[in-house]
Every structure is written in structure tokens, then in C-alpha cells.
Design a protein around this ligand. Structure first.
Ligand code: URA
Ligand code: CA
Length: 444
């Protein structure tokens, strides 16, 4: 087989054979196919698209390029969740213990990554003593005993995706639906998921700005799941403002604790109930999403969800007393308020801009080498559609030792600009737009 023939076939719009897709991915990951041929192949896919079958083949070729995590010694159906981006997305911290409390095993591997705040792993490291490195035996043992474990991703998972994603980044081929769908799904499948719940963001702070594009992406991922025997449900959710109130590592741990107690911000709590309900249904812990939702709400009220969070923290060496005394988490050196210059309503809050502000304070990494300050971030006090009077605090900047007055002034300006104040009563932004399953698209 010759790469040039496969590239030409896709360029001309024909459907590729499984062997042809395997050949390209395999040769590329072994360093036998040069970047320029893979780049041409990605561009051909960008313009010609892929059928559902081809996309599933591409996904599995990337899964097979590296290690696959074997979770078969964990009892029960392993349901994983993935969110496509988002600002201040605290859902994993809430869902891991919540879903485990309902009896669905959570064996999660998570990344640190770049971004506005750290990844879930960094957030958990805000808890003194918490260890994100367990041996494979400890990891599996803990999921069987406690119901939940979250560790830092190790090993050589989907190396072909890693290499291809980096290439796409510099060849204008990131925003191709088959390429995004196969990239995301390959990582979930290689991590051992039996079933997958996807939170596909749409709108300003999201990867796909347009609702219809987000639905098509979700359908592509649900179809991959169908082809490879991993039932997948995708929820399309709005990113018109940051999720919840907290954007920062310690701040989000506190927000997760509040939410597990049933006192979380309305949008975060709602999203966790929706995603968690689908996880329970796929995991066989409820017959319907309605029954699942009641079950999850009851676990919050009864304190069982919070108790599960404590045993999870303790099992990984963390100080579970942070749940009752959050002051034990890393703290900011000072808190600087951002006040409303005039009265009105919050029309919108630019999610991306708040994320960048949190990162400038040190909550996230700009490059792989940057270190993060777990105590800092942005805490929103007003959300979209809230009434404000002049001088009301819109948000608090939680500032660390490393930020001088000039840096704080710059962040202050950005946060103030992110708030769009209006005189008329605005509509609350929509949170859930659609649910995509193997049965079709349900628009809300
Ligand atoms: N996230 C991924 O992991 N891959 C993509 O291609 C896009 C977003
Ligand atoms: Ca949040």
C-alpha cells in the first residue's frame, strides 16, 4: 500500500477501507509516514469528511496505537465523562463522588493540561496530602473498595492522536468533525470506558460556537460509540458565561463541596444532575434518567454524596477535614473586589475573558513549564440576569504573592470588561440545549 494513493482516494471523495486507515495511522505513529503526508491526509479529511464507519475505524486505529487500560477487574459498568473545554468547569469534582455514591464505579484518569485553571488533578492536589499517583493495583483496588479513584494519566495512551493533534494544530485541520470526534473518543476508549457521557459545549467560551455544529459533532461521537460497542450519550450545553461561580483550584474544590451538599450554584448543580443522570442510566443504576435524577438529588440531601467525597479523599491520602474546614485549602494572599460602576443587570459574562483573568492570576498554566498557585482565581458574585446596584461586588479576585499591583490592575480591568451590564432585564442564558443518543436528537 502507498500513502500517496490513500491520500488521493480521500482527496477525491471515496470511502476508505479499514486497512487503508489502519495503514496510515500505524505508519504515522511508528514514524514511517512523514508529517507532510499525514498533513495532506488530514486536509483531505477536512474537505471530504468521513463516513461513520471510517470515523470509527480511525478512532480504533488511534486506540490501537498505544496502551489500553484494562478495567475488567472492576465490578460493574465503567462510565466515563468528558467535557469539551469550558471555563471553571467543576463538574468532574462533583460527579466522581456523586455517581460513585449511587453505585456506579468511577475509575478516572485525568490530565493536568494547559488552561485557565489546572485540570481535575491539580484541583484535587489542592487538598493537603492527596496523592494523584497510585499503582494500577491500588487504583483498581480503591475503585472496588471505595467506588471511586482519580489518578493522573500515565502510560502511553493514544500516541497517534497526540502526534496527529499537534500536527492538526499547525496545519489548520483542528476543526474537522471526524478528526475531533475520533480524537476525543479514542482517548476515552483507550482509558477503559464501557460507556461514555459527553458534555459538548456550545457558544462563546466553547470549541464549537454554533449549536448546529455542536449537534453534528455530538452525533459523530455517538455513532462512533455505536460502532465500537460503547454506548455514548452527548449533552449539548451552553458556555455563555462561566459555569458556577468559582474559577480557580481551591475555589473550585470549595464549590464542589457546596454542590455535593446540595448548596451549589444553580447552573453547576443542574449540569451535574443532568450529566450524572445519564451516567447512572448507562451504568445500570437507574432505569430512566428521571429516576436517576431523583436518586442523585436524594444523595445530596442525605449527605451520602459528601460522605463519599470524604472517603475518596482519605483513600488517596488527602485531608478529608477540608470538607468541614475549607480554610485548610491553599488560600490567596488577598482578595480584591471588582465593583459595578453603575446600576443595571448583568447581560452577559464573557467566559473566555474570565478564564484568561484567572490564568493571569496564576490559577492555570500558560505553558507546560508554568507552575500554578492553587489558592488564586476569580470568584463571581453576580451571574447573568442578576440585578446590580452601583458599587455592588461583581466578582472577587483571589490574588497570590506573585501578583504585583500592576498585574492586579490589569486583571481587574479585564474582569470588569467581561461583565456586560445592561439597563433592561436580560434573559437567563440557556444551559441545556439538546441531548443526543443513539435514538436521535432531543432539543430542549
Ligand atoms: N479535544 C481533543 O482531544 N481533540 C480534538 O481534536 C479537539 C478537542
Ligand atoms: Ca466553577
Amino acid at each position: 500500500m502507498r500513502a500517496v494513493d490513500v491520500i488521493q482516494k480521500k482527496r477525491d471523495g471515496a470511502e476508505l477501507l479499514t486497512e487503508e486507515i489502519n495503514f496510515m495511522v500505524d505508519a504515522y505513529s511508528r514514524g514511517q509516514l512523514p508529517d507532510y503526508q499525514m498533513a495532506a491526509f488530514a486536509m483531505a479529511i477536512y474537505f471530504q469528511g468521513m463516513t461513520a464507519r471510517e470515523t470509527a475505524d480511525l478512532t480504533m486505529a488511534m486506540v490501537n496505537s498505544g496502551e489500553q487500560v484494562d478495567l475488567s477487574s472492576i465490578t460493574g459498568i465503567k462510565v466515563d465523562k468528558h467535557s469539551t473545554g469550558g471555563v471553571g468547569d467543576t463538574t468532574t469534582l462533583v460527579l466522581a463522588p456523586l455517581v460513585a455514591a449511587a453505585g456506579v464505579p468511577v475509575a478516572k484518569m485525568s490530565g493536568r493540561g494547559l488552561g485557565h485553571t489546572g485540570g481535575t488533578i491539580d484541583k484535587l492536589e489542592a487538598v493537603p496530602g492527596f496523592s494523584v499517583e497510585l499503582t494500577k493495583e491500588q487504583f483498581i483496588g480503591q475503585v472496588n473498595d471505595v467506588g471511586v479513584a482519580v489518578i493522573s494519566q500515565t502510560g502511553n495512551i493514544t500516541p497517534a492522536d497526540k502526534k496527529l493533534y499537534a500536527l492538526r494544530d499547525v496545519t489548520a485541520t483542528v476543526d474537522s468533525i471526524p478528526l475531533i470526534a475520533s480524537s476525543i473518543m479514542s482517548k476515552k476508549i483507550a482509558s477503559g470506558a464501557d460507556a461514555i457521557v459527553l458534555d459538548v459545549k456550545t457558544g462563546d467560551g466553547a470549541f464549537m460556537k454554533d449549536l448546529e455544529d455542536s449537534i453534528v459533532l455530538a452525533q459523530a461521537m455517538v455513532e462512533i460509540g455505536e460502532h465500537v460497542g460503547r454506548e455514548t450519550v452527548a449533552v449539548i450545553t451552553g458556555m455563555e458565561e462561566p459555569l458556577g461561580l468559582a474559577v480557580g483550584n481551591s475555589l473550585e474544590v470549595i464549590e464542589a463541596i457546596d454542590t455535593l451538599r446540595g448548596h451549589g450554584p444553580e447552573d453547576l448543580a443542574e449540569l451535574c444532575l443532568v450529566l450524572g443522570s445519564h451516567m447512572l442510566r448507562l451504568g445500570g443504576a437507574a432505569d430512566s434518567v428521571e429516576a436517576a435524577r431523583d436518586k442523585l438529588a436524594a444523595l445530596m440531601t442525605s449527605g451520602d454524596a459528601l460522605a463519599k467525597f470524604k472517603s475518596f479523599l482519605a483513600a488517596q491520602g488527602g485531608d478529608a477535614s477540608v470538607v468541614d474546614t475549607p480554610e485548610r485549602l491553599p488560600q490567596a494572599a488577598r482578595v480584591v473586589p471588582v465593583a459595578a460602576p453603575s446600576a443595571g443587570y448583568v447581560g452577559s459574562i464573557a467566559a473566555e475573558a474570565i478564564g484568561v483573568a484567572a490564568m493571569m492570576l496564576g490559577a492555570g498554566r500558560a505553558t507546560k513549564e508554568s507552575s500554578i498557585d492553587l489558592g488564586v482565581g476569580v470568584l463571581l458574585r453576580k451571574k447573568a440576569a442578576d440585578r446590580v446596584e452601583a458599587g455592588d461586588v461583581l466578582a472577587e479576585l483571589h490574588v497570590g504573592e506573585a501578583s504585583d499591583d500592576a498585574a492586579v490592575a490589569e486583571v481587574h480591568k479585564r474582569v470588569l470588561e467581561a461583565y456586560g451590564l445592561t439597563e433592561t432585564v436580560p434573559q437567563k442564558p440557556q444551559l441545556i440545549y439538546a441531548v443526543v443518543t443513539k435514538h436521535g436528537v432531543e432539543r430542549l
